[in-house]
Design a protein around this ligand. Structure first.
Ligand SMILES: C[S@@+](CC[C@H](N)C(=O)[O-])C[C@H]1O[C@@H](n2cnc3c(N)ncnc32)[C@H](O)[C@@H]1O
Length: 232
């Protein structure tokens, strides 16, 4: 995990390698840290992520960067057909879903054009090597009218909440992560928010990749965001 300890964040192929090996390493305790770190709030956010797809029962949804499969589980609970894709074999081995899982790069999914009714992606936008490439791939695999629902961390706007959130995310989370799992990984994860473009630009990028009806909802007092859109 050497790359992730450096003050500057890795890019390109270095980022891909560093992110994959980090998730391979933290996979066994990933779910536990997630629950503790978000005070269990991520469960409600995931429900909303799936609800906002607004798809009919039996629709096929690709959960890209599925990790240990929390969103796949929620998709199945909501009577949707889920297939998970992730590039970390460690995360897939630690997964706890009955949905089919595929080891694959989200920027190059091994599926036909227009084959999905929906795409979900949870807490992974900041981990990919290129967001425009990811959004273009979402657009390729979705049928026209298909829906995308993207859950990601965010920065609160209110200065007071922002200060508290910054302290919690950058100082407390690495300690919790260090106690339960790996400190350097949970120091990197808050720092990796720097990869995320500002909200307006994020929505613009989605529009440039062929999506319409783009909406952004702030969750957890600004600590998370849910972005939805429809494939034109
Ligand atoms: C923070 S975890 C989120 C996992 C899961 N979606 C969740 O909501 O808990 C980020 C995941 O993105 C995966 N990932 C990052 N870049 C990827 C890519 N290009 N293709 C597929 N998976 C990727 C990592 O392996 C990791 O499992």
């Amino acid at each position: 995990m050497a790359d992730l300890k450096k003050p500057e964040l890795p890019t390109g192929e270095q980022k891909v390698k560093a992110v994959t090996s980090m998730f391979d390493a933290i996979a066994p305790r990933y779910d536990l840290v997630n629950r503790v770190m978000t005070f269990g709030m991520d469960r409600g956010w995931r429900r909303l992520t799936v609800d906002r797809l607004e798809l009919a029962d039996g629709s096929l949804v690709f959960d890209v960067a599925c990790g240990t499969g929390d969103l796949c589980k929620q998709l199945r609970k909501s009577r949707l057909r889920a297939v998970g894709f992730d590039m970390s074999s460690g995360m897939l081995e630690a997964a706890h879903t009955t949905a089919p899982l595929v080891l694959a790069d989200g920027l190059n999914l091994p599926v036909a054009d227009g084959s999905a009714d929906g795409v979900t992606c949870g807490f992974a936008l900041r981990n990919v090597e290129s967001l425009p490439k990811l959004f273009t791939e979402f657009s390729r695999v979705l049928r026209p009218g298909g829906r995308v629902s993207l859950l990601e961390v965010a920065e609160p706007r209110s200065p007071i909440i922002k200060m508290g959130h910054h302290f919690y995310f950058h100082k407390v989370v690495p300690v919790i992560g260090g106690l339960i799992s790996d400190r350097s990984a949970y120091s990197y994860l808050p720092r990796s928010t720097a990869y995320l473009p500002p909200p307006d630009r994020l929505l613009e990028m989605l529009g440039e990749s062929g999506f319409t009806n783009i909406e952004r909802k702030v969750l957890g007092m600004g600590a998370a965001q849910l972005i939805t859109g429809t494939r034109a």
